[in-house]
Design a protein around this ligand. Structure first.
Ligand code: GLN
Length: 274
């Protein structure tokens, strides 16, 4: 749905079809006032998702507030690729069920979970996986917990600056996933007002936008089993520099780089070398 459809379907309690089936749509006075107030906020640059307090991701509903990044459609590609990889490796495990460890659950870690959209959709689509999700922001974790409940999923949420929490020290995951902050610090002020109303901590990737890739790529091997996957979302123009960080670290083999709907390299799929 486009923004106008979203707004009026919400206001009138109709679905998209319902909006178009009626010849005329009447707003009573209270609703008209509400529409005007929403439109004023929207015109001033506030994202519609924050105004409505929710958004959709992977066909699921998520509560969003200015304490969390608004889930983007491109990030669905990261989630879809993960579902594909885990489903494939789980079916290989089923074939080997008689072997020890053949039926173990897939342990996944989502770093910088924000609204929880990645972790929660993975839990929904991979019911056999065991999912941990961390964020440095207490406020974000509160929203993520609400979203986990809203979607009937069970996630182990941990407050942590990437791998810093003591709780993670002995963890050994099959897959680590992250959509880290990747915007160059001094480019944030030039972004559209909608993006600027999102939490800076979810956007700011440091002086060259790559701080989190360096930290993630250096630290992840310790928490990943051999052959385990590290999947990262990247920003516009970051393909070669992220590849470079991976090549220098030597711990990962690049399996795939996936483009988004605009032809921008968006998802880097890597595997811990054995
Ligand atoms: N995808 C967001 C944007 O382009 C950035 C989010 C991030 O830094 N991971 O605005």
């Amino acid at each position: 749905m486009n923004e106008a459809e979203l707004l009026f379907s919400e206001l009138l309690g109709l679905n998209r079809m319902g909006l178009y089936q009626k010849r005329t749509l009447r707003l009573d006075k209270a609703r008209a006032q509400e529409a005007v107030s929403v439109l004023k906020r929207r015109i001033s640059g506030e994202p519609l998702q924050y105004i409505l307090g929710k958004t959709e991701f992977m066909g699921l509903e998520f509560k969003v507030t200015p304490q969390v990044l608004i889930p983007r459609p491109e990030t669905e590609l990261l989630v879809e690729k993960t579902i594909e990889l885990v489903t494939k490796s789980q079916s290989q495990c089923v074939a080997k069920r008689s072997l020890p460890g053949g039926d173990k659950v897939t342990k996944i870690l989502d770093l910088g979970t924000g609204s929880g959209c990645i972790a929660i959709s993975l839990a929904k689509f991979l019911p056999e996986a065991q999912i941990d999700a961390v964020d440095i922001s207490e406020e974000a974790l509160m929203i993520a917990k609400e979203n986990a409940k809203l979607n009937n999923t069970k996630i182990n949420f941990i407050k942590s600056d990437l791998f810093a929490s003591y709780e993670l020290r002995t963890m050994n995951y099959e897959l680590i996933i992250s959509n880290p902050p990747y915007i160059v610090s001094n480019e944030i002020s030039a972004l559209q007002p909608e993006v600027r109303s999102e939490p800076r901590v979810a956007l700011d990737g440091g002086a060259d936008g790559l701080d989190f890739y360096r930290r993630l790529i250096n630290d992840a091997p310790r928490y990943l089993r051999e052959g385990g996957y590290l999947l990262l979302e990247i920003g516009f123009g970051q393909r070669e520099v992220v590849k470079n960080i991976l090549n220098i670290a030597k711990d990962f083999e690049i399996m795939d780089i996936i483009k988004d709907y605009n032809g921008i390299d968006r998802v880097v799929v890597t595997r811990k070398a054995g």
